[in-house]
Design a protein around this ligand. Structure first.
Ligand SMILES: O=C(NC/C=C/[C@H]1O[C@@H](n2cnc3c(NCCO)ncnc32)[C@H](O)[C@@H]1O)c1cc(-c2ccc(F)cc2)cc(O)c1O
Ligand SMILES: [Mg+2]
Length: 214
């Protein structure tokens, strides 16, 4: 049986990146996606916007919904302040297996906790099982029709505080219309669109940054 794209992406990291060097892992994945096979990583162009938000927020505690191969996990993890933690949720065991190896190769295993399972089940357990009070930053990049329900779940579970930042990928392509309408119309959010392009293409896409007002 042949290899999967995530497995081929991991091979490219192991071949072209340097162990313990997150930037080299990011570059190896971007090179793989530009020259060999497109993959649904946030990518280098939107990645720079993600980096700037992570640096601005400097989160003590961050959450990522949808790890996939761990590309954005490494982008976020490499910029966390000392002692800060990133929890990333992934329900596909094959993707989780690849992502763990990518995160470990980057040397970020102390800063990143990958939890396997569906976000709908795991979010309600964050306080009790993972000792979380609130998240300073949430990066949404999982199934697009789950952005809104999971945002409401985060609110209901008291996992957002005044000033918590939600950063959502793909609000144009593939698009997250219900989520976008919600954060842009709700008085509880201050929302801003960062225009960019779909990873590794010239197609328009962008990130929506929304501040929870409490
Ligand atoms: O579909 C896209 N992303 C989905 C990511 C899914 C990952 O997240 C995991 N996941 C999903 N739901 C949950 C969940 N909870 C919800 C279910 O219980 N809990 C935990 N993990 C979850 C999956 O297992 C995957 O690892 C996308 C598409 C394009 C695209 C654009 C243009 C094209 F032409 C083609 C594709 C571009 C992008 O940047 C994209 O992010
Ligand atoms: Mg995405």
């Amino acid at each position: 049986t042949g290899s999967t794209r995530p497995q081929r992406l991991l091979k490219a990291v192991q071949k072209n990146a340097s162990r313990g060097d997150p930037q080299s892992v990011i570059s190896a994945i971007d090179r793989f996606c530009h020259s060999s096979e497109w993959a649904m990583n946030v990518g280098d162009e939107k990645g720079v916007i993600l980096d700037s938000v992570v640096c601005e927020v400097s989160p003590g505690c961050a959450l990522e919904l949808g790890t996939y191969c761990g590309y954005s996990t490494v982008r976020i993890g490499r910029l966390l302040p000392p002692g800060a933690k990133l929890i990333t949720l992934e329900f596909n065991p094959d993707y989780a297996k690849v992502a763990r190896q990518v995160i470990d190769f980057a040397g970020l295993q102390e800063k990143v906790l990958l939890v396997e399972g569906p976000s709908g089940d795991l979010i309600p357990k964050m306080k009790e099982q993972y000792g979380i009070t609130t998240f300073d930053l949430v990066f949404l990049d999982h199934w697009k029709d789950r952005y809104l329900p999971d945002t409401k779940l985060l609110e209901e579970c008291g996992l957002l505080r005044k000033g918590s930042i939600l950063l959502a990928d793909n609000v144009i392509c593939p698009g997250t219309p219900d989520y976008l309408a919600y954060v842009r119309s709700s008085p509880r959010y201050e929302s801003k669109y960062f225009k960019s392009h779909l990873e590794y293409t010239k197609v328009e896409d962008g990130l929506e940054k929304s501040i929870f007002l409490g």
